[in-house]
Design a protein around this ligand. Structure first.
Ligand code: HPA
Length: 232
């Protein structure tokens, strides 16, 4: 077991889906996986392994924000040998091109997180990018499922409640949406040579103030999960 994950070696698959909410991890495992087995409940951060269309897949909750996903992704990669990690979650879209229920495939992540400064120092800006092959697989998979995914840069912020000036700046640079985890996942992917990706659904339009209804949320959640599970 690692510090925050109570699984034994071999209990976690090389392919891992990473929702923020641990109860979402449970729901995904029970809804989409065959024979799901729970391998972690330390801090209630549930993780499960099962099979999807014959592939061994795990689903691990990460909590919210960069420090939290950073801990789980680090341990999955370095203690359990995970090789393909896809974050699934929601985001707030910043520009009109990205609407409620849209699926956004995160090609790259800008961030305001202090973690990048801690790692690289003030003089270096590291580009947090997803794995090209996993990303193109996800785009193709989405098209086969009849969904036209939108590929874009996301903004991984430490502040859910943030100044609007930050949102304005990101908009000016064509950033699709705001979320809180992708930049750290992609950076760890680069550091440890594993494939990482983010697949997000728009839960709220920051530019219009519109939010998803619960039916819309469920429908777009199912679409996103099918894409992630087929692509991983
Ligand atoms: N910011 C960060 N994370 C989010 C948002 C947002 O606007 N919407 C959903 N998750």
């Amino acid at each position: 077991m690692s510090t925050h994950i109570g699984a034994k070696q071999g209990e976690i698959a090389e392919r891992v889906i990473l929702p923020g909410d641990p109860l979402r991890a449970k729901f995904i495992a029970e809804t989409f996986l065959e024979n799901p087995v729970c391998y972690n409940n330390i801090r209630g951060m549930l993780g499960f392994t099962g099979t999807y269309k014959g592939k061994r897949v795990s689903v691990q909750g990460t909590g919210m924000g960069i420090p939290s996903i950073g801990i789980y992704a680090y341990e999955l990669i370095n203690f359990y040998g995970c090789k393909r990690l896809i974050r699934t979650g929601t985001c707030g879209s910043l520009i009109e091109k990205y609407k409620i229920k849209d699926v956004i495939i995160a090609q790259a992540a800008a961030t305001d997180s202090g973690t990048q400064m801690t790692r690289f120092g003030a003089g270096i800006s590291f580009p947090a990018v997803s794995d090209f092959y996993l990303m193109t697989d996800a785009v193709e998979t989405a098209k086969k499922l009849g969904v036209e995914p939108k590929v874009g840069t996301v903004f991984s912020t430490d502040l859910f409640y943030r100044p609007t000036s930050t949102e304005q700046l990101m908009k000016e640079y064509g950033v699709a949406c705001s979320e809180m985890e992708c930049a750290e996942l992609f950076t760890l992917g680069a550091r440890y040579g594993v494939q990482t990706l983010g697949i997000l659904t728009v839960s709220d339009e920051i530019y219009s103030g519109r939010e998803t209804s619960s039916e819309e949320r469920q429908e777009s959640f199912t679409t996103m999960m099918k894409i992630a599970l087929d692509a991983i």
